[in-house]
Design a protein around this ligand. Structure first.
Ligand code: 5GP
Length: 352
């Protein structure tokens, strides 16, 4: 399946702090170890472990945040994540991250996000187009430098209060001119209540921000129904959906971000052959193959496509058309969607 790597791809569900290179995490942890802030050998084992339950994933995120949450590191990991996706031939990336406040180092949600933007600007390996106002170049002429379109989603962590969630939405509205297009609700699905986040999410929607929700990661039928009734623009995971949830999802035509390795490793789905990808794909429901956290789950977008191909029998042409169909589910402006169609069209002779 060597044809998957060069194929243009679109990534719509990637968490910044879940997509850090192991080598970077280990390097940063070693420095904190030398300063006596943590015990490096403990951290090394945790970072290099491959099997993680969903609960362990959230413990790991607390550790990652301890290692990465300063302005300089946020800038560095953003730059590296963009470079890594570009190397995978991702041509459009929606990167999500939770704006964080850390008074002890003078970090506000805004300054956290400014560090992310600085990371986008710091990429030198490829051209990064992230501002709506940036001039669009025809990127399918086959010459010149590689280019990646990047848009940002600000995540609300389920541990947050309504006020804190609202602060994130207001920040997203203020940062629209630097590529922020929407809001994500994520964080430990066993924590927090839908009613806490609804006012902020409704405010975001009323102000034309796009919304994607982590939905149905655990058994919680009431919340799944309430989330679907909210009519988000996309949902992620959908592992614990039952009959009426599927009916509603399909009747509302809400695209699903599918993260195969994440779902299998966290045992949200017991085995890949019973993954809901198959049913949704056969039903021609809009779905997008994504990585979730390529660092935490030791994967890549090419690897996720390979998994789909080998597990569900997709051919080359079908895989290409699935990758291209992700354009419609992006939160990008129409001009960008148009550019993406040109990119896929120019690659299509290789795949059809
Ligand atoms: P960050 O937002 O700090 O850049 O990325 C890490 C955060 O994304 C985690 O702390 C968590 O809130 C969220 N996240 C990453 N992966 C998952 C996942 O699989 N499920 C959920 N619900 N949240 C996740």
């Amino acid at each position: 399946m060597e044809w998957i790597h060069p194929m243009p791809k679109i990534e719509l569900h990637a968490h910044l702090n879940g997509s850090i290179r192991d080598s970077t995490l280990l390097e940063l942890a070693r420095v904190l170890g030398e300063k006596g802030i943590l015990v490096f050998s403990d951290v090394e084992d945790v970072i290099q472990k491959n099997d993680r339950s969903l609960a362990e994933v959230f413990k790991l995120f607390d550790l990652i945040h301890m290692i990465t949450t300063d302005h300089q590191t946020v800038t560095r990991i953003t730059r590296e994540v963009i470079e890594d996706f570009a190397l995978e031939n991702v041509v459009y990336l929606e990167l999500r991250t939770t704006p964080k406040r850390n008074d002890s180092i003078g970090m506000s949600k805004r300054s956290y996000m400014e560090a992310v933007i600085k990371g986008l600007r710091a990429v030198t390996e490829v051209d990064v187009e992230f501002c709506n106002s940036q001039k669009l170049h025809n990127s399918c002429d086959g010459v010149g430098r590689k280019k990646i379109y990047v848009r940002l989603l600000l995540s609300i962590d389920r541990r947050e209060t309504t006020e804190s969630a609202m602060e994130t939405v207001k920040l997203a509205l203020e940062m629209r001119n630097v590529g922020v297009v929407g809001i994500d609700l994520s964080g430990n699905p066993l924590v927090g209540e839908w009613s806490t986040f609804l006012p902020a999410l409704q405010f975001a929607k009323d102000n034309d921000l796009y919304i994607t929700l982590h939905c149905g990661e655990v058994h919680n039928p009431k919340e799944i129904q309430a989330m679907l009734d909210f009519k988000p623009h996309r949902v992620g995971h959908a592992c614990f959906f039952k009959g009426q949830d599927w009916e509603k999802l399909k009747s509302f035509q809400i695209p699903v971000e599918i993260c195969l390795s994440s779902n299998i490793i966290t045992k949200s789905i017991s085995s890949i052959d019973i993954h809901h990808f198959d049913d949704l794909y056969k039903a021609k429901h809009p779905l997008i193959i994504c990585t979730d956290d390529f660092g935490v789950f030791s994967t890549s977008l090419s690897n996720e496509y390979s998994l789909a191909v080998s597990s569900f029998g997709l051919g080359k042409r079908e895989t290409f058309s699935l990758a291209k169909s992700a354009i419609d589910a992006t939160f990008a402006e129409d001009e960008v969607k148009q550019q993406l169609r040109l990119i896929f069209d120019s690659a299509s002779p290789e795949y059809v």
